[in-house]
Design a protein around this ligand. Structure first.
Ligand SMILES: [Zn+2]
Length: 485
């Protein structure tokens, strides 16, 4: 069997003003997609799980970008053309495996992944098998489901990408080897929830995902996926999704409905929050007897698409007499250039941040000392994936140590950002992470985690955004009585 392999990943935050363009994508084409697939990525996981199968694999396109604002229309058009060109060059394949995010939008297409899958189906015809792996923060649409033969979502947050790819390899092999006919049932749940309870290791999310894993033990269920859609996608028909493939339509429908009913019953639990107002956050972190306190800047989560230059937490820190070192990252290419021109050891005043986060953040003038610089290179994930990383500077104002990043890159939530600047992370009192879920890299140092109720395009107060396209009614915005799947 010959399988064409592709991937297009970007998660869109509709409230982020920073547009995503082609420059933001790392792109591989043709054979490179397969030959240099990251072992820790979805495609790498899929290929290594298929290693001993008798299938052959041909790469088409792999395009990966960080979460951010919506894609420009020309970027989406370019990616669609490259994918179709790539598929067009592969002769006589029997199946397509494609890794998508599922919550990607462009300026004029709220369901970019649905459109991509429709393109693929038109090109490959009805007899070709199309298997799709989605991030479980996808907004699954009927268009996606009609165009694919099978779709599965990730099982864990933080995501384990290679395991997700391997899962689809198993699902696909089962279907094709045993000649199964997967019947799909998609149930949309009219609700959204902030990221406060998105971790799948505990709480209501664990309970909900576990039910899907239980269902998959049933011989008639091929794959069951739960999708707590990321809450910053302003798109029609948005909301959480349950998608089940089973041997019969009845079984698929019953399981999808059961999953949906469970999430709906637990909806208030998903909105439970331990966030603290900014003043309380800093006071609590400052009085913690033993660092390191991890402060989650929920409104400026770069992994959710926010810009990374929100100064609200720093503004609050400046009102306090900090007992120990506070580490805070800011994406600010202009301030980085100024620090670089001044040189290490110089005392300067910088206008910092609040540019991309305008409307959510002040722009602050801070005087301090430029202490150190770190060079550009590759950011290495623990699973071996590499992504480009920009230069950084350490800017010190009393106990406040600000890491100024030249680029918005993955190092922003990793201890290596500070270590490369000569800072002993272990001795710090608090560190701000621009994420609502990915605290794993600081786990060995962390004494306490505080979720700060900070403003920004990924803030937890979803009711404060100006929604234009979202589906209606939707919990908790609209009153919904007696909803049933
Ligand atoms: Zn995700």
């Amino acid at each position: 069997m010959k399988i064409a392999v592709a991937g297009i990943i970007q998660e869109t935050c509709s409230f982020s003003p920073v547009k995503t363009t082609l420059r933001n994508f790392k792109i591989s084409l043709g054979d490179e997609v397969v030959l240099s697939a990251d072992a820790g990525g979805v495609i790498g996981g899929f290929l290594s799980a298929m290693e001993h199968s008798c299938c052959s694999f041909t790469g088409t396109l792999n395009a990966q970008a960080m979460s951010g604002g919506s894609l420009s229309s020309s970027t989406l058009l370019f990616l669609r053309k490259k994918l179709l060109n790539g598929l067009g060059k592969v002769r006589g394949f029997d199946a397509v495996f494609i890794s998508l995010h599922g919550a990607m939008a462009s300026d004029d297409e709220p369901d970019a992944c649905g459109l991509i899958l429709e393109d693929v189906r038109k090109l490959v015809g009805s007899r070709c098998f199309v298997a799709v792996e989605l991030d479980h923060h996808a907004n699954v649409t009927r268009r996606m489901v009609s165009a694919a033969d099978v779709i599965a979502g990730y099982e864990k947050q933080p995501h384990d990408l290679a395991v997700s790819g391997a899962k689809m390899a198993r699902v696909m092999s089962d279907i094709l080897k045993c000649g199964l006919k997967p019947h799909a049932s998609l149930v949309k749940i009219p609700m959204l929830a902030p990221q406060d309870n998105f971790l799948t290791s505990s709480g209501p999310m664990k309970e909900w995902f576990s039910l899907a894993r239980e269902m998959e033990k049933d011989g008639e269920v091929i794959v069951a996926s739960t999708f707590p859609t990321q809450p910053w996608l302003d798109a029609p028909d948005n909301g959480w999704s349950c998608l089940v493939y089973a041997d019969s339509p009845e079984k698929a429908r019953r399981c999808a409905e059961q999953l949906a009913a469970k999430a709906w019953r637990m909806r208030k639990e998903f909105w439970h929050s331990e966030r603290l107002p900014l003043s309380e956050t800093i006071a609590a972190a400052n009085s913690e007897p033993k660092g390191l306190v991890v402060i989650s800047d929920t409104g400026d989560a770069v992994l959710g698409g926010a810009p990374g230059d929100n100064m609200s937490i720093i503004a609050e820190m400046l009102k306090h007499d900090l007992n120990g070192t506070a580490l805070v990252p800011v994406v600010a290419p202009d301030a980085f250039a100024k620090a670089l021109a001044a040189g290490a050891g110089s005392k300067i005043t910088l206008s910092l941040g609040g540019r991309m986060s305008a409307g959510f953040s002040p722009r602050l003038k801070i005087s301090g000392t430029v202490r150190a610089f770190a060079g550009a290179g590759d950011f290495m994930f623990d699973d071996g994936r590499r992504r480009p990383k920009g230069r950084s500077a350490l800017f010190e104002h009393g106990n406040l140590k600000i890491a100024i990043l030249e680029l918005r890159d993955y190092s922003i939530n990793h201890p290596s950002l500070y270590q490369n600047l000569g800072v002993d992370v272990e001795k710090a009192q608090m560190v701000v992470l621009k994420t609502g879920s990915n605290f794993q890299y600081f786990k060995e140092y962390q004494s306490r985690l505080i979720r700060a109720d900070s403003p920004g395009p990924t803030q937890s107060d979803l009711t404060a955004f100006k929604w234009e396209k979202r589906s209606r009614p939707l919990y908790p915005f609209d009153g919904i009585k007696n909803w049933r799947p």
